[in-house]
Design a protein around this ligand. Sequence first.
Ligand code: CMP
Length: 228
Amino acid sequence: MAEDRQGDVRGAPLFAALDDEAASALRASMTEVRLSRGDVLFHEGQPGDQLYVVTSGKIKLGRTSSDGRENLLAIQGPGEMFGELSLFDPGPRTATATAVTSTTLIALGHADLQPWLTGRPEVATQLLRALAQRLRRTNDTLADLVFSDVPGRVAKALLDLAKRFGVQSEDGIHVTHDLTQEELAQLVGASRETVNKALADFAQRGWLRHEARAVVILDVERLTRRSR
Ligand code: CMP
């Protein structure tokens, strides 16, 4: 894990409204962290006083049950923030953060963040917005766990990944999610076998095509219908 001081803070919605001077002052107080696939940034239960913004790559946020099963709360990509919970509500980290591909992040400590929250209302507003979006998303996920079947949840997860990481090309939307099938299963809260079956069914119907740690979505409309 390498660390140095740099990073484009305005790439993150949280700091997008800052002017040149403010952005470079903020950058000076932030540290860049580089991770390779599989590197753990922090573990659930550890104390923490830094929040992170992803500048490139992807981070998975996961929790482990007492019998060792894993559940993924979210995959965070460029511009997205995490690690703020233990900052604002001092306590242990609520999830383990692991890189799923080569990833760079910028880190901001509690003491360095405080003046931005009190002195720049636009930063505080963006932070509240990010937290509100997270609650909205978490409520949707919770409802899907109760009301949707596994294929519906797989379809929804793929569409969400496509929205954030997809690249439109002639034959469809290429989504390099960087997740193994096991990780995809942990993200939708189902067994690997059930998720594989759903993916195979979607592929057989011609809705998508598999690639290594990626899918190409060929029929967004049908996948969207299946996700409802
Ligand atoms: P923290 O508890 O410091 O470390 C783990 C981080 O995972 C946490 O802060 C949040 O930033 C993030 N996190 C926790 N729960 C969720 C969730 N339901 N959705 C997205 N991110 C989350």
